[in-house]
Design a protein around this ligand. Structure first.
Ligand SMILES: [Mg+2]
Length: 419
């Protein structure tokens, strides 16, 4: 395994991304503590993302609104505008690409780049060029923190470490040169390692590993044993500055979930919402060329959760997934007075759509192919007109316009996810 002697990786993370995009689009919000919320008049909901100004005052992402207001009475609450965030993401990507090639987009507000030899001697200057380009091309309200290091794991940690200091949040430009390692790591705690959560902290503590220094002093095989898989060993090499290549991950599932507006929580309304979410998820799954072997429906009611799944015969058309959803709703046995706070659907057990095995017992090939052709025609029409013009069964618009294009750090929606 290679151990770089120079900076080879850049990790960029936008600061309070959703809120800073709102501030760019709406100048009256600039300089104010802003909290993005799921929908208007959502007093019992959460601040899902907040601006730098709010973060400095102690507000955190995913904080109940009443708590955020107690900490910061002047917080300005703004309902989310997911499609605006998607467009901002694309505009920012093109500005960064004008400076250097993007290696991987990790989420809607994080990305990495390989640092080419010509830039390795002065990464600070490269970071400033990216920031200047964003300020000039998109707007000065959107800032980012950048970390440089020998590999992606260290660059991500360097980025995070440079984001927050005394009385300051964001706009970091932090370089961890291989010559200076591991000193910058030693001031961090184990929970500053991406992927190390409460459970892993406990397991490490039980093994007598409570500090970064103790973790670095272990052997790779020891971490492999503690993790129970190769990721522990991979982490050891990454923290020691080696260039580690992770295997490509395969797709696990397609799903959507949402919190329902307070006056749309009856079972019939939740069912309508779940249909829309499922059609959106199935559309994305088809776009990527997969069939699903399982559908799950989950509901969150006041005080209790309900979840169930059904097997599917490796399908991707709307008729197949919607009829399975109907069957799942029958199982819920909810009374009309039940109130559903959250609803979600997941398509999983994915197999390649071009490798469908015929289910001989089911013998559904002829109708299946008919529905697949129909679904392909519907997708084509909707794409042509840029909205959901045709659907299998009713298509009822949601009161807040939301159906599956939701705010998301890990998935960058496409325009069609908002139809
Ligand atoms: Mg961020």
């Amino acid at each position: 395994m290679r151990r770089p002697t120079q900076i080879e990786c850049l990790y960029l993370d936008f600061d309070g991304f959703f809120a800073s995009v709102e501030q760019t689009a709406r100048p009256e919000l600039r300089g104010l503590p802003v909290g993005v919320v799921p929908f208007a008049n959502a007093e019992r909901s959460c601040v899902i993302a907040c601006s730098r100004e709010a973060k400095l005052l102690g507000v955190k992402n995913v904080m109940p609104i009443h708590e955020a207001k107690a900490i910061c009475p002047g917080i300005v609450l703004v309902p989310q505008s997911p499609d605006l965030y998607r467009r901002a993401h694309n505009a920012l990507l093109s500005e960064i690409s004008a400076v250097l090639p993007i290696d991987a987009v990790k989420s809607i507000d994080e990305l990495t780049c390989r640092v080419e030899p010509s830039h390795r001697s002065d990464p600070q200057q490269l970071g400033r060029r990216i920031k200047d380009r964003i300020a000039a091309g998109v707007g000065p309200t959107i800032t980012c923190s950048i970390g440089f290091a020998a590999n992606r794991q260290l660059a991500k940690m360097s980025c995070k470490a440079g984001k927050r200091s005394e009385g300051h949040y964001g706009d970091g430009n932090n370089v961890w040169h291989p010559d200076a390692m591991p000193a910058p790591l030693l001031s961090l705690s184990l929970e500053d390692i991406p992927g190390v959560g409460a459970r892993m902290m406990k397991r490490l503590a039980d093994a007598g590993i409570a500090t970064m220094a103790a973790l670095l002093a272990t052997q790779p095989k020891h971490l492999r044993a503690l993790w129970g898989n190769v990721n522990g060993e991979r982490l050891w090499y990454a923290l020691h500055g080696y260039q580690v290549h992770a295997p490509p991950s395969s797709r696990g599932m397609y799903g959507h979930g949402r919190v329902l507006p307070p006056d749309h929580r009856e079972p019939a309304q939740a069912r309508v919402a779940s249909r829309l979410l499922l059609v959106k998820a199935a559309r994305r799954m088809r776009r990527d060329g997969w069939n699903a072997g399982r559908l799950s429906l989950w509901l969150s009611l006041y005080g209790k959760d309900w979840a169930h799944d059904v097997r599917l015969p490796a399908v991707h058309d709307d008729q197949a997934v919607l009829s399975a959803l109907g069957a799942l709703w029958k199982l819920t046995a909810l009374s009309r007075s039940s109130r559903i706070v959250q609803v979600g659907v997941t398509l999983s057990d994915l197999t390649r759509a071009n490798e469908r095995q015929l289910d001989i017992l089911l013998n559904d090939d002829v109708p299946r192919r008919k529905w697949e052709t129909t679904t392909a025609a519907i997708d084509g029409l909707n794409r042509k007109y840029g909205r959901t013009l045709v659907s299998v069964g009713p298509w009822v618009s949601q009161p807040d316009g939301y159906a599956g294009g939701k705010i998301s750090y890990t998935r960058i929606p496409r325009a069609e996810d908002f139809w």
